[in-house]
Design a protein around this ligand. Structure first.
Ligand code: ADP
Length: 441
């Protein structure tokens, strides 16, 4: 039995339609003939009606998938040759005007069933038999009709060859398509490998640069901090016992300065720890919406209802090429800076911070705007310098914006600052869109 794996659902439908259309055309052909040339002979009418009815039945059999298309093709060829033979016999045998129709039948079958050879072969065999039978019935000598049968078979052979060429073309097309798909898969795989290698390299770099710096500073500064702080407390208590007022003032000033230095170191350690949190770089991409919502929630927690953070994010925002944790850290740092800037204004006013995201053709642009005093012109060029801060000791380390810019630049993005014409500062974060939707697998 012939395999049916190549028969697609659309192929069944097309065959069914083809049989129905042919059946209709045969019937209409008979009606048109009757109208134009008068009633046909009963044998011709019967042959045409049986032919049409057979095609209708074949259409139903193929449409309901009771018969494979290749079998229906063979039957269609045999039915056609039988009907044509009956019509030719009834209209004069080899001298009938319809005799040439016999040679056309294999061609038509080849045209309608190009994907399989059996129907055309069967029709050629039936046609050759019909030529012989019709000529024998008309008592034509065999040496006269055999060349005719040969020519008819050759014409059928042409149909066979056409079908074969069509099948080969389809096969080479299919192979080319498979090659194309394979090449695309290989391309996607090498792109995946490249991105994995890139991420691993970036991770190693990060560990070398930031990890060493962060843990080195954290451990190196944290230990002495503990005893410096306790010593200071002890000295302060001891000072209470000293009598000379000038000495006391001097020592107190010295102590105050030392405490400020200690507080500054403490702040640096806290910021380094915050930005070098474990696992933060494991992700290759992050969702801006989720990071913005999380950063807003945390910022409001720090602000103790002394202001509002308004979120403006479109529904459809693609993921960006910065890990979720880092993205949230960067945004939170910008929000807290904005809140602190507004806090420092005189007279005091509630903070109104806008966190807005927009999609551009290749990037996602996030803006943080505040209603603070803006950035002084002498501060603006130094904003991203390491350890540059205008905040009091213990409140600022001057590392926040430096680290934010470093993270963003590492993934091909940018972080810039400007003053808004209507007052207040604006920080603009631009990040490349990630190539694929975020997946945490
Ligand atoms: P830190 O916050 O520890 O001072 P940053 O690097 O985050 O360190 O900020 C550096 C300085 O940039 C701040 O001390 C402040 O002077 C300035 N700055 C940051 N954000 C704003 C803002 N929204 N408005 C005005 N000045 C700002």
């Amino acid at each position: 039995m012939r395999p049916e794996r190549t028969v697609s659902p659309s192929s069944w439908r097309v065959k069914r339609k083809l049989f129905s259309v042919c059946a209709g055309m045969l019937f209409l052909g008979w009606v048109a003939h009757c109208l134009c040339f008068g009633v046909t002979r009963p044998v011709v009418a019967l042959a045409l009606l049986c032919w049409s009815a057979s095609f209708l039945l074949l259409g139903v059999a193929v449409g309901t998938r009771r018969m494979p298309p290749w079998a229906s093709g063979i039957l269609a060829g045999l039915v056609s040759i039988s009907a044509v033979t009956a019509i030719i016999h009834a209209t004069g045998g080899p001298t009938s005007p319809y005799f040439v129709t016999l040679a056309c039948t294999p061609l038509m079958v080849a045209m309608f069933t190009p994907d399989s050879r059996a129907p055309t072969l069967g029709t050629i065999a039936a046609m050759s038999g019909a030529v012989v039978v019709l000529n024998l019935l008309a008592r034509v000598p065999s040496r006269e009709f055999l060349p005719q049968a040969l020519i008819f078979s050759l014409i059928g052979g042409l149909g066979l060859y056409g079908g074969r060429t069509y099948r080969r073309l389809r096969e080479s097309e299919r192979l080319a398509q498979e090659d194309r798909l394979l090449a695309l898969e290989q391309l996607a795989e090498s792109e995946r490998k490249r991105r994995r290698a890139e991420a691993e390299r970036a991770e190693m770099e990060r560990r070398l640069q930031l990890g060493q710096l962060a843990s080195g500073v954290a451990h190196g500064v944290n230990n002495p901090l503990a005893f410096v702080k306790s010593n200071l407390n002890y000295l302060e208590q001891e000072l209470a016992a000293v009598d000379k007022p000038s000495d006391i003032r001097e020592l107190r000033e010295l102590l105050g300065e030392t405490r400020q230095g200690v507080l500054r170191i403490q702040r640096i350690v806290a910021d380094l720890r915050y930005f070098s949190r474990e696992g933060a770089t494991a992700e290759e991409q992050g969702s801006p919406r989720e990071a913005m919502e999380e950063a807003r929630r945390r910022a409001l927690g720090h602000m103790h209802s002394l202001g509002e953070v308004l979120l403006d994010v479109p529904d459809e925002l693609p993921p960006v090429r910065l890990g979720q944790q880092h993205l949230m850290q960067v945004l939170l740092n910008l929000l807290l800076n904005a809140a602190e800037a507004v806090e420092g204004t005189k007279p005091r006013r509630p903070a109104l911070i806008r966190l807005r995201a927009r999609r551009t053709p290749s990037d996602v642009r996030v803006e943080v705007e505040d209603n603070g005093p803006g950035i002084p012109s002498d501060v603006l060029p130094r904003l991203f310098e390491p350890f540059f801060t205008t905040k009091a000791p213990g409140r600022g380390s001057g590392l926040g914006l430096t680290l934010c810019q470093e993270y963003v630049a590492r993934v091909g993005g940018s972080l810039t600052a400007e003053n808004r014409p209507e007052g207040g500062a604006r920080f603009v974060l631009t990040l490349n869109q990630a190539a694929e939707p975020a997946s945490r697998s």
